[in-house]
Design a protein around this ligand. Structure first.
Ligand code: PLP
Length: 367
């Protein structure tokens, strides 16, 4: 045995933190198949005009890459504030907007500030699997209240859990992933008023919704914050840009948990270019909504049980209830959809017209 091998054989890792032991990482399969409808990305590639603009702005910022980026990403936050104000009719200032590497990082920074050991984070499941993962990673206790049969929230159950658990943070995902539906503003206000928690409205899919953003509810409610992303409606999952609209004191707290210079100058430049092209990018949203509605209508006409969707995806029940076998048969036909671990159900992302049609054909042939 060489000295190196001896050292390797005898060196043991220190134990993982207790709350990480036995956990598995987030792992939506990345399988190379012709049609990928499994992670709610936009099916549309960026336009040549936007690609050129990104290339130009990245080249400009590359010249200055010997310097750290603007630590506070002021220009980007200003443009994100403008986008939110223009699209919701609710004015937010630059100092009420925060940006990070995907809304996952935004959520992580929020939880590092407001969750942590000895505190409870509450969710309503099924919902986005990263909410518990990020919460427990801070050392907080995550607890969830089950949703009703039609995937809504039972207000009485919610209020009783809030009274019992006194959570520090409550996740309300609206539209909800993986079920697709939205929450009424009255429900959000009732949950807010019954708690002392930071209420995180995860609006990753709101641009696809039949109903409006709940951002205006943040007025006079500093504990209510809205997280957004450019990964879905903007079709920019690869750029990693998420953002938050919140009271300035919440934004100040983000400054304590972020890493210095967390948002690279390249990322800032790409996001700014995308915002300049927002009209053409968001044009894809209408096309995706159309495909979403086609999936819902087609499956319902066949008698398949389908959840209402305000998102760019559809949750449906396998006709024979065996979602695992159906997922595999659809994959074997070259279409990757998502087994979200919800017994009997599968989730499919709306694609281009031809991708959506292919999925519907495959389902027809295999279900
Ligand atoms: C996809 C998704 C996000 C976005 O994550 P990013 O880190 O911004 O890519 C956030 N919340 C939910 C519920 C999602 O489904």
């Amino acid at each position: 045995m060489s000295v190196e091998e001896f050292a390797q054989a005898t060196v043991e890792l220190p134990p993982l933190q207790l709350h990480l032991q036995g956990k598995s990482p987030y792992g939506a399969p990345q399988i190379d198949v012709p049609i990928r409808l499994n992670t709610n990305e936009s099916p549309f590639q960026l336009s040549p005009e936007l690609v050129d603009d990104i290339a130009r702005t990245v080249a400009t910022s590359a010249r200055d890459a010997n310097r750290y980026p603007d630590r506070d990403a002021v220009e980007l936050r200003h443009e994100l504030a403008r986008y939110l104000s223009d699209t919701t009719g609710h004015t937010v200032g630059t100092d009420q907007v925060w940006a990070a590497n995907g809304s996952n990082e935004v959520l992580q920074q929020l939880l590092m500030a407001f969750a942590g050991p000895g505190r409870t984070v509450l969710g309503f499941e099924p919902s986005y699997s990263m909410h518990p993962t990020l919460a427990t990673a801070t050392g907080a206790t995550y607890t969830s209240v089950p949703r009703t049969e039609d995937f809504g929230i039972d207000l009485d159950e919610a209020l009783s859990a809030i009274g019992r658990l006194q959570p520090s943070v409550i996740f309300l995902c609206t539209p909800n992933n993986p079920t697709g539906g939205s929450l009424d503003p009255e429900m959000v206000v009732a949950i807010h008023d019954a708690s002392d928690a930071l209420i995180v409205l995860d609006e990753a899919y709101v641009e696809f919704s039949h109903s409006a953003s709940l951002l205006p509810l943040t007025d006079g409610r500093p504990r209510l914050v809205v997280s957004r992303t450019m990964s879905k409606a903007f079709g920019l999952a690869g750029a990693r840009l998420g953002y938050l609209a919140a009271d300035t004191r919440v934004i100040d707290a983000m400054q304590l948990t972020r890493l210095p210079y967390h948002l690279s100058s390249i990322t800032q430049a790409v996001a700014l270019a995308a915002l300049r092209h927002r009209n053409s990018l968001l044009a894809g949203v209408e096309a995706v909504k159309e495909q979403r509605d086609i999936i819902v209508d087609t499956l319902r006409n066949k008698g398949v049980k389908v959840a209402d969707s305000d998102s760019n995806f559809v949750l449906f029940r396998a006709p024979d209830g065996d979602s695992t076998a159906l997922w595999k048969r659809i994959l074997d036909a070259g279409v990757l959809i998502r087994d979200v671990g919800l017994d009997g159900y599968l989730r499919v992302t709306a694609g281009t017209p031809s991708e959506t049609q292919r999925f519907l054909d495959v389902l027809e042939e295999t279900a």
